[in-house]
Each structure stands twice: as C-alpha cells, then as structure tokens.
Ligand binder design. Structure first.
Ligand SMILES: [Zn+2]
Length: 132
C-alpha cells in the first residue's frame, strides 16, 4: 500500500483511504495533487544589498525539499499534494516569503515596503499570470 499525505493534517495515510484516520477529513472532497504556478517578481525596488543579488529564485517546502529553482521574472511551476506551506527565497537582499499554495492555482508576489533596505513580499492568488 502506498502512502500519501492528508491535505488537512499532513499526516501519512494509505492512498486508498476514503477518510483520514487521523483527522477524519474525507479524501474524495479535497484537492488532490496538481500544478502550482507562481510569477516570480522582476524589476524589484531594491536596496543597496540588491547590487549583490544573484537573481536566483528558489521555492522549497517547510521540510527543506526543493520544489523549483529559477530566476527573477520567471514563472515557477511545481506539483503539490493538497495545500502546501512553501518558502520562496529571492536572494540575500529579500526576506524569505512564506505562504500556503493549493494545486491548480496561480499566484503572484506583491512587494511591500521593507525596512533596512530589504524587500518584503507576500504571496497573493491571481486569476492570470504572464506567459513564460
Ligand atoms: Zn488528516
């Protein structure tokens, strides 16, 4: 029997289970695995530290597993099993961005005014993102 993660409580359960044995969540009503797309920011308002930015963008989950690697301005694309907490790293000059994403949804990063010359972002769901 293969194992999968319950999208509600994140504990491992058998992939044939109709209901999660840990939290009771019905498995046929929750979003299963699917692709998430996230537009990485470009033309960012940068502080002094931006001069040394590598322009690399990394997406990983809270266990540290890499989900996507690319550059600023690109569209990240990766598969998740249900709602997943992710962390986006945009280089040394920006704060890590944390948030929850769901399968088959699209997201963009909105920049807020940062402190100490750092850029801060949050993940926002959008209907459409730019083409790659
Ligand atoms: Zn559960």
């Amino acid at each position: 029997m293969a194992l999968m993660k319950c999208p509600a409580c994140r504990k491992e359960i058998g992939d044939k289970a109709k209901v999660c044995i840990n939290c009771g969540c019905p498995m046929d009503e929750v979003a299963t695995s699917g692709i998430v797309r996230i537009k990485m920011p470009n033309n960012i308002v940068e502080g002094v530290v931006g001069l040394f930015s590598s322009r690399k963008a990394l997406v990983y989950d809270t266990s540290g597993k890499a989900l996507w690697e690319g550059k600023h301005g690109e569209n990240a694309s990766f598969t998740v099993d249900g709602a997943t907490n992710i962390i986006i790293n945009l280089g040394g000059w920006a704060n890590n961005v944390e948030g929850t994403v769901e399968p088959r949804k699209k997201y963009s990063l909105v920049q807020d005014m940062g402190i100490h010359m750092l850029a801060t972002f949050r993940i926002t769901e959008v209907d459409v993102i730019d083409a790659d």
